[in-house]
Design a protein around this ligand. Structure first.
Ligand code: ATP
Ligand code: LTN
Length: 335
């Protein structure tokens, strides 16, 4: 608890341009917690280097991700917004927790299996221990809730296991966090292969709608989305492409699947796809406008970055000192 408030933590990697999957599954929901919780939202640049990054792009995307947090409604006065590498306690606790995480546990992580097969030439140790750094992110702030898309649930569960293990050996040290998976946008699928998650690192730009795509591009991508040979807009098993488009439409309009089926009764897929593109583009337009303003003010963004890093460091150091003491590390002798 901080000032009688429970704690919320989440992170997004600056590893590519953010997608409507990141938006609907995670960032859009972050502001729901801002009033009732003390929230920490981190740009996890150290996680991003588990896959090779071009330095100039990583730098640019770090600013952009912070600006997108704000453009999506996160007020930096109410939320602590910061960059992971600005708070060294993440890496320090990450190392410690490596010693409390089993090889077998990490071998079972589906994201590791997936990313190591996609980057077979660079299956580095960081990719393998990625969930341990994520556990450190979460546990450093004594986090109660972690809002994410469903793909991160397994990592939050591992984080809970690590926290419980540590607490059992050293007595109550960490709050054990709960994953908070939003029901509606928890897994937005690729437009090209609707059985696969929409992912910002997808090589096919037509599979993915980016938050910053312009209206024509958004409509064009939806119009090209893979569907099926049926003609009727209905949510049903085996209709992965249509189910995904209906989910996206529902997320942006708040309509239920039945309402959507009624609305498009007698209309073809073409009309439906255009309508999905329209609601998506209209919902993203104010985010894009705000983003452009924020990004133009680099000094303003840097001031927020600094303020966020100072706030986060204060709480992170408290937990890290407690952990170090419990482990038996000798504190730096005073003067
Ligand atoms: P990468 O392709 O680099 O692995 P990613 O698109 O999966 O990236 P992350 O930075 O790993 O994005 O995820 C940020 C947040 O967005 C996480 O909470 C994650 O669960 C959520 N998220 C990512 N993709 C989707 C998706 N397709 N549907 C719903 N939520 C998603
Ligand atoms: N692993 C997450 C990003 C992430 C995260 C976190 C999410 C890093 N640290 C802590 C929630 C809490 C991802 O790949 N989406």
């Amino acid at each position: 608890m901080i000032n009688d408030q429970k704690i919320c933590f989440s992170g997004v990697q600056p590893s590519g341009n953010l997608t409507i999957g990141n938006y609907l599954g995670a960032i859009r929901n972050f502001s729901n917690y801002s009033d009732a919780y003390k929230c920490f939202y981190c740009v996890v640049d150290q996680h991003a280097i588990t896959v090779r990054q071009v330095p100039a792009e990583l730098r640019r995307r770090t600013y952009e991700t912070l600006a997108l947090y704000m453009a999506c409604g996160l007020d930096p006065e109410k939320n602590t917004l910061y960059v992971q590498s600005h708070v060294p306690a993440h890496a320090e606790l990450g190392w410690i927790l490596n010693c409390f995480t089993m090889f077998g546990e990490l071998s079972r992580m589906t994201q590791f299996k997936d990313k190591s097969s996609r980057h077979a030439d660079n299956v580095n140790a960081g990719l393998f221990t990625y969930p341990v750094l994520m556990a450190a992110d979460i546990l450093l702030y004594q986090t109660d809730v972690v809002p994410t898309g469903v793909d991160q649930k397994q990592h939050v569960e591992l984080c809970r296991d690590i926290a419980e293990r540590f607490n059992q050996i050293y007595s109550g040290t960490f709050t054990v966090p709960e994953p908070m998976i939003s029901q509606s946008g928890k897994k937005i699928m690729s437009l090209a292969e609707p059985t696969k998650k929409m992912s910002k690192s997808d090589e096919n730009p037509n599979a993915v709608v980016y938050i910053l795509d312009d209206k024509d591009t958004i409509i064009r991508k939806f119009r090209r989305a893979v569907t099926d040979s049926d003609t009727c807009v209905r949510f049903a098993e085996g209709k992965d492409g249509i189910n995904n488009l209906m989910t996206i439409y529902s997320c942006f309009t708040g309509k239920t699947m039945e309402e959507i089926e009624r609305e498009f009764d007698g209309k073809g897929y073409g009309d439906f796809k255009t309508a999905v593109g329209e609601v998506c583009a209209d919902a993203l337009a104010p985010v894009q406008a705000r983003f452009a303003q924020l990004l133009a003010d680099k000094a303003g963004l840097e001031a927020q970055m600094k303020k966020g890093a100072d706030e986060a460091s204060y709480y992170a150091r408290k937990t890290l000192s407690k952990v170090q003491k419990k482990l038996g590390f000798v504190p730096v002798p005073r003067g």
